[in-house]
Design a protein around this ligand. Structure first.
Ligand SMILES: Cc1cc2nc3c(=O)[nH]c(=O)nc-3n(C[C@H](O)[C@H](O)[C@H](O)COP(=O)(O)OP(=O)(O)OC[C@H]3O[C@@H](n4cnc5c(N)ncnc54)[C@H](O)[C@@H]3O)c2cc1C
Length: 423
């Protein structure tokens, strides 16, 4: 087994990890190694657009190797398998090729400080049929699978000459489920079929287990979203705890049964399965690694955890790109302090609000602390603010010049030249 060493090792190049690698490199820290199981980065908050067939994965990808070359950090593709906190080493799994042959053997990498930023997954909650019959939306592969199932399902529905609409059931009324439902109902391109009139009608139902649609969301914003969804013909059913998913139905504890040509499972977020398999690093009930207010594991001060896979005892931050990005910014200042044996300041999450894009049903949300107040946004202003989070991410990844060019080409909805890949 090969063994080598780097100073700061970041595992996971998502919303938080990649920004951290770039911020550290920009500040002149040369000994930074980023590891991701994929060779390309995709901005996860918009993968529901891919799932609805609106954006193609290859169009929105950035190569990690190109970004690393540009900013001056190291990158290596690999999947985290294990961590030896005391021995300051991690193990990467062997890399298999498409035919299942070992392309790269297991590797060990030493570190002075390790940052875990490997995100989370949607839990199946042990509900019968979820893993076999429903689709989730955790990564780009899931999004592509979902769109394929949706568009071929629509085609089959049209070919069969079915009179009833094509029925989509989404389990979970969080942002992922609501945004995806709105896109499928209003904006998605549908099946490979013309004329438009031959496309089947689509009916979307969103099931929520609690008595509140979009729990945790501001009341006024929630009402505004519910109104827009109703106008788009989307049904919302609360108090529907799902008990079973079959190939064509979703059944609930309340005794209801919903016809489902396509079931999407978007019921919450937990830490990655590997978190429970790694010995010596404590997790909470949601399988997230427990950290101190400085984002250091409660078991090892050398190991920092950010984003969806972390849980700050007493002061948890939400599983959002916004929080992961703030934590990356925080660690970019605190990690060098840790390496220089200086005292660390605690992380403080500043909630900037929530914005949702509902396809043709519009955009809506709330921005916190703007001009010292909270502001509810709708329409174009909300859409602009919604895009703002991605713009900020693009600016960090691409720098101001390319980030601005990217934003302009996005606004015009088509590419104004070759894709801005940094390599
Ligand atoms: C459809 C959808 C819509 C969303 N909309 C919003 C939104 O509007 N606003 C918002 O703030 N948030 C939104 N979120 C949530 C947001 O995407 C996540 O909270 C955020 O991406 C978490 O960042 P992260 O850095 O923790 O992990 P991620 O961005 O998930 O990145 C994890 C990285 O780790 C890599 N990885 C995973 N396992 C391993 C392993 N074992 N070894 C090596 N690498 C590994 C992955 O390849 C990935 O690159 C949305 C999420 C989804 C799914």
């Amino acid at each position: 087994m090969q063994t080598r060493s780097a100073g700061v090792v970041i595992v996971g190049g998502g919303a938080g990890g990649l920004e951290l690698a770039i911020r550290l490199a920009r500040e002149g820290h040369k000994d930074v190694l980023l590891i991701d199981r994929s060779g390309t980065h995709v901005w996860k908050p918009r993968i529901h657009e891919l799932a609805a067939g609106l954006r193609r994965g290859h169009v929105d990808e950035l190569d990690y190797a190109g970004l690393a070359e540009h900013w001056g950090f190291a990158f290596e593709r690999g999947e985290l398998l294990d961590i030896d906190a005391t021995g300051q080493q991690l193990t990467l799994a062997e890399l298999l090729d498409r035919d299942g042959r070992t392309a790269v053997g297991e590797r060990r990498i030493g570190f002075d400080a390790l940052v875990l930023a490997i995100g989370g997954v949607t839990p199946d909650m042990g509900v019968e049929g979820v893993l076999d019959q429903a689709l989730m939306l955790d990564n780009e592969g899931d999004a592509e699978r979902l769109f394929e199932r949706y568009s071929t399902g629509l085609l089959a529905h049209a070919v069969a000459g079915s009179e009833r609409p094509y029925q989509v059931v989404i389990v979970g009324s969080g942002a992922t489920g609501v945004e995806l439902g709105a896109l499928l109902a209003t904006d998605a391109p549908g099946a490979d079929l013309a004329p438009r009139a031959s496309q089947p009608r689509i009916e979307v139902t969103i099931l929520e287990a609690t008595d509140t649609f979009m729990p945790g969301m501001d009341e006024a914003v929630r009402e505004s979203i519910a109104k827009r969804l109703a106008t788009a013909g989307i049904a919302i059913e609360v108090n529907q705890q799902v008990s079973r998913v079959t190939g064509d139905r979703v059944e609930t504890d309340a005794g209801d049964s919903f016809t489902a040509d396509l079931t999407v499972w978007a019921a919450g977020r937990v830490g990655p399965p590997i978190a429970d398999r790694i010995a010596g690093l404590s997790t909470n009930k949601k399988r997230q690694w427990r950290v101190r207010p400085t984002l250091q594991s409660i078991d090892s001060e050398r190991i920092f955890v950010l984003g969806d896979c972390s849980y700050i005892d007493d002061e948890p931050a939400p599983p959002t790109a916004q929080a992961a990005s703030e934590q990356a910014e925080y660690l970019a200042t605190q990690l060098p302090r840790y390496l220089a044996d200086k005292r660390l300041e605690p992380f403080e999450f500043k909630d900037k609000g929530t914005l949702l894009s509902l396809g043709d049903a519009g955009s809506v949300g709330e921005v916190r602390g703007l001009f010292g107040d909270d502001l509810q946004l709708r329409g174009r202003l909300a859409r602009a603010a919604y895009n703002g989070l991605q713009r900020q991410h693009q600016f960090i990844l691409l720098g101001a010049v390319k980030g601005t060019a990217e934003a302009i080409s996005d606004v015009f909805g088509r590419r104004v030249g070759p894709r801005l890949k940094i390599h």
